[in-house]
Design a protein around this ligand. Sequence first.
Ligand code: NAD
Length: 500
Amino acid sequence: MQRGIAHPSLSEATREFVRRAHGLLIDGKWSEAQSGRTLDVEDPGTAELLTRVAAGEAADIDRAVQAARQAFDGGPWRRVKPAERARLLWKLADLMHDHADELAQLESLDNGKPVVFARAVDVLSSVEMVRYFAGWTTKFGGETVDVSVPGEWHAYTTREPIGVVGQIVPWNYPLGMAVWKIAPALAAGCTIVLKPAEQTPLTALRLGELVLEAGIPPGVVNVVTGYGETAGAALAAHPQVDKIAFTGSTEVGKLVVQAALGNMKRVSLELGGKSPVIVFPDTDVAKAAPALARAAFFNTGQVCSAGTRLYVHERIYDELVEQVYTEVAGWRIGYGLDADTKMGPLISAEQHARVTGFLEAARADGATVLGGAPSDATRGHFITPAVLKDTLPTMSVVREEIFGPVLCAMSFRDSEIERLAAIANDTNYGLAASIRTRDLSVAHKLARRIKAGSVGVNVHSVPDPALPFGGFRQSGWGRERGREALELYTEVKSVAINLD
Ligand code: NAD
């Protein structure tokens, strides 16, 4: 038996779920892929086979889209009142909360992340996200508009659900990313075809079961597991899908945009990042170091908003960088289900090779690499956190998103303070940024000048459901979370009535 499944901490419910046959959720029923094909799901902490799930393809996507179409156009969902949608979302949140341990264990097995963080961060913040959007269902709509054209008018706008939504999510926060998408879409009254990442389909499948148990009608949420190039591409291109919401790499985001052009479906994108963190000399080094370590290395650095370009004033550079490295060097790296693990493996052998490749290139270019020791990837895709010094702005390790535990630490002088915004903005991305200082004027000025969807001051990122999240430039289109997420799932209609 695989080591993951044999782990003593696993509950019987989790074991039973992993061993079960995993079909596709279409129209409230579970079925195999039409081709009968499956895909292997690996445990990244052991590199062993964990389970198999159905490998949905274009024909399965089509079945799911038809079910979602029927539930939206002719089925019950359009008639469900906002307050009832709120109750269904609350019920779903309660069920997720009741199953928090099981969901956390599944996430840890599937993704490798520490189970304690999976529970506290992935699962419980997903519960809060569902509750937050449950609240919006009854508080979101159009407005009356005073028009100035001659005559007497009653004019108003409505916000209508956009229709059938395709949602494609990545493997770094499998449950969290699925919930960021399905919660606002359901609150707005849309129906959904969700395509989880092929590496991490398990919590989305369990979520599909909970959706049915909550009483959300058949066809409203459909889950099709499968590869990106087949199932994902078919969903992005499907002519009866009204909107596609995608989280993943910028490269694939561009393919999604092209695929969506056929029927000009609406598109929202949450893509990559290479987020700057700027630390001024009035910073309390001992307090900042653990926070900066978390900003870069949490979730093994597989976070789109990770603070991976660290710019520190030269007066505190050596002391701060040493403390950040000492902090992460003390983290226990290990199997996600072990209770004392602070950092798990990378998701796959491919990602392991990618991260080690970046580190080799950086060494060859003359950077100093502290840490960054890879394990034998055939026994789990581990690597120790890497802090890089002596990097140049032109190096690939500074320019490209690595999506691994790699932090580039650079220093700046007083004479460069005026240029800091330009330095921070010297990237194709614009997802997040943060500033550490006690000087309000410096913080506000930089917050204005930095081109990023989220800017933190004395914090890197605040994952609150009410705060919009998304990117400038090649980090994406649109904002998830907050009221802005609901807007992504609605169309505005203007109605003008001539009263004369
Ligand atoms: P990816 O782009 O390869 O895959 C993401 C999803 O897209 C997966 O479900 C995959 O199956 C699917 N996909 C792949 N090819 C496709 C295609 N041709 N058509 C349609 N769908 C396709 O990214 P990844 O490797 O899974 O995730 C890592 C990347 O995601 C990183 O670059 C990271 O920055 C980004 N990310 C961004 C955010 C954010 O909120 N901005 C969050 C998480 C991850």
